[in-house]
Design a protein around this ligand. Structure first.
Ligand code: IVH
Length: 674
């Protein structure tokens, strides 16, 4: 049968793609697509080649195991090739495997050795007279890389075998992997340095072992499980896979504690499901289980094809990673005002669950991964955790893919979004007003160290907000006993008590009140310092960043938050209502005024003045004032000399007081401190 032109073209495309991804995966440790996608490409090629065997070429990726070794490590020739495994993706394919094995061996039933399939990278360890002389990666299966220095740093790899009865030459094959916890910690550290981190534990293991500097490898939490043997001189250490593995442990080599003999297809299936259920609980990643015909003589009879033995198969678990499209990035506002970007995805089934959303953590994370709307992304779902977007398939980026920007205004309430320098999180600045933060803000307001409103517990606050009786802390003061006693678990007496407690809370102190407002970064101590410095609310409200920073312990971060808070009209409105409700405190002397009589005032200078502007500016600033370039509602005075222009018009329009030079001099004389 001759193949149609499309098929020829498809085969060529598949080969090129697979070769490309082989290199990304094996050589560069930077896979571009999830394994599931790679497996599909390989399968499609295998199917086509099965249909048209005359098209199989010696260099087809189906005929080899991995990629060329990386040039920088010296090359190692494997005495016996390191093979790969065929995969089964469902019960039918596993049953086919079992049937083929039984038919070839002409037996009714086969015992298999079963073990988890670890997701790491294959190594061959060569022991001569019990001493570890070489470690090699698989490479293309025939030639790998010499990673002796790296494997010697792995704590569980014995440098010398225990006992006496080991063969004079023993090659052990196994999987080097990175436990999940170590992987998380490693990535955490990478991220804190602004680096990208590894996509998954397997890449982390590969990237760590294939370090040219073994000192780096030594710091990586690597481990190894042995799953087979290569060349052996002398007597074979057993007649079944299981027995050989047990011998390896006698000599100090680690094997999987899950290794088990199972009987026939039924035993395989039971093992597969049992391991699948415990999958999340293992402290290392597994992507399936491997079944090997247990008897070595039977393995011998079955032999191998180009890339894999006929006596073993990997029965894969549903993939945890899949590809899908990033349709949009929405922003959610959390209870504390933190804005979290959320990926809206084209629905995709990952390990049996449909995924449509994934968390993106924060803005920096999106930048680091260079995610754009319209991209094809890798999604990962494991256990109960929220699905994650691991990265982008760059080759599939459409021209119109759009970058993401954090909104400047809160999507819930329209208030300004603030991102404190040095922090990853962006937050809505409207603490008191934002519906997303309402309950939290009211709970904080009523709490003991804030306004200390006795009898106003969390459950009650939730009811009040849910029933829209209260939208801000100020609304609390307009509640009446009748409304309150109608609520769940509220009798008449407790309603009256609460009204009384609210009444009492009106006699406040400025520092409690400031703390109760829930301004970001303003804890109790800062609230006290601010209250002490400013004495009353108004000067604090009007204060600029520079003056705030004169308060002990107030740095640029706190100052920026305070200014942002008081810049929000909503917050001012809530404060206004609270004051109207009767909240008051004793005004104290303003400590900050000493020597700074103009602190908090803003001046604009315009027109021709008798002295240089710089000189006047300096004088004003020395008295604590701020001098800016344009007139706004916040301007305290416009100082207008001769021929003043448009600024004078602005001042009139905004009802900003205007001083001539004489007026300014008067003000300065009155403020003189020297
Ligand atoms: S046996 C000739 N057993 O999976 C048989 N392989 O996809 C060689 N792997 O190259 C493999 N856990 O890197 C075997 N328990 C296990 C395994 C395992 C992980 C890896 C190994 C192999 C690859 C094949």
């Amino acid at each position: 049968m001759t193949a149609p032109a499309e098929t020829l073209a498809r085969i060529a495309t598949l080969r090129a793609e697979i070769l490309y991804h082989n290199r990304q995966y094996y050589v560069l440790d930077e896979p571009q697509i999830p394994d599931a996608e790679y497996d599909r490409l390989l399968r499609e090629l295998q199917d086509l080649e099965r249909q048209y065997p005359e098209l199989v070429t010696l260099d087809s990726p189906t005929q080899r195991v991995g990629a060329e070794p990386l040039a920088v490590f010296s090359e190692v020739e494997h005495a016996l090739p390191m093979l790969s495994l065929d995969n089964a993706f469902d019960e039918g394919e596993l049953a086919d495997f079992d049937r083929r094995v039984r038919e070839r061996l002409r037996v009714q039933e086969v015992w298999y050795a079963a073990e988890p399939k670890l997701d790491g990278l294959a190594v061959s360890l060569r022991y001569e007279e019990g001493v570890l002389v070489r470690g090699a990666t698989r490479g293309d299966g025939r030639r790998g890389e010499d990673v002796t220095a790296g494997v010697r740093t792995i704590a569980t790899v014995p440098l010398r075998l225990i006992g006496e009865d080991y063969p004079p030459l023993l090659e052990v094959r196994g999987e080097v992997y990175m436990p999940k916890a170590g992987f998380e910690a490693l990535n955490e550290r990478a991220r804190s340095r602004g680096e990208k981190g590894f996509a998954n534990p397997r890449n982390a293991a590969a990237g760590s072992l294939r370090q040219l500097d073994p000192k780096v490898t030594a710091q990586r939490p690597l481990a190894v499980f042995c799953y087979g043997i290569g060349l052996v001189e002398g007597e074979l250490p057993g007649t079944t896979h299981d027995a050989v593995m047990r011998r390896l442990t006698d000599w100090g080599l680690p094997i999987s504690p899950e290794l088990q003999r199972v009987r026939g297809l039924e035993g395989c299936l039971r093992y597969y499901h049992a391991i699948g259920e415990r999958r999340e609980g293992f402290d290392y990643e597994i992507d399936g289980v491997v079944f090997k015909v247990d008897r070595l003589d039977q393995q011998q009879d079955l032999g191998s094809v180009a890339r894999a033995p006929r006596w073993a198969i990997a029965y894969k678990f549903p993939a945890l990673e899949e590809l899908t499209r990033l349709l949009a990035i929405d922003v959610q506002v959390g209870r504390t005002g933190a804005l979290t970007p959320v990926a809206r995805l084209e629905p995709v089934t990952v390990a049996g669950v449909t995924v449509t959303n994934a968390t993106l953590h924060n803005e920096d994370e999106i930048q680091r991964k260079d995610l754009r709307i319209g991209d094809t992304v890798i999604v990962r779902r494991a256990g109960d955790v929220i699905p994650q977007v691991l990265g982008v398939v760059m080759e599939r980026r459409p021209a119109e893919a759009a970058p993401f920007r954090m909104p400047r205004y809160c999507p819930e309430c329209g208030s300004e979004v603030v991102r404190v320098p040095g922090e990853a999180v962006s937050r809505c600045s409207a603490g008191l007003f934002c519906p997303a933060q309402r309950k939290q803000a009211i709970k904080h307001f009523a709490s003991r160290r804030a306004m200390d409103i006795e009898g106003l517990g969390d459950k009650l606050i939730e009811q009040l907000v849910d029933q829209q009786l209260v939208a801000s802390p100020a609304d609390l003061y307009w509640l009446d006993a009748a409304t309150l006693s109608g609520l769940e678990r509220m009798g008449e007496k407790s309603a009256r008590n609460l009204i009384q407690a609210l009444e009492e809370s009106k006699q406040a102190t400025l520092s409690r009140f400031l703390y109760a407002l829930g301004i970001r970064e303003v804890g109790e101590a800062t609230a006290q310092a601010l209250a002490h410095h400013f004495g009353d609310l108004e000067p604090l409200r009007a204060a600029a960043v520079e003056e705030l920073q004169q308060v002990p312990d107030v740095g640029p971060v706190v100052a920026a938050q305070v200014v942002a808070f008081f810049r929000q009209p909503h917050n001012l409105q809530v404060i206004e209502h609270l004051l109207q409700a009767g909240i008051h405190w004793e005004v104290t002397e303003r400590v900050g005024d000493e020597g700074m009589p103009l602190a908090g005032r803003t001046f604009v200078l315009t027109g021709t003045l008798s002295r240089p502007r710089g000189e006047i500016k300096q004088r004003l600033e020395s008295l604590g004032a701020k001098v800016t370039g344009s007139v706004s509602r916040k301007t305290s005075y416009l100082v207008a000399g001769a021929d003043a222009g448009s600024k004078l018009g602005d001042a009139h329009a905004l009802r900003v007081p205007v001083l001539d030079e004489a007026g300014l001099n008067e003000l300065l004389a009155g403020s003189a401190t020297d």
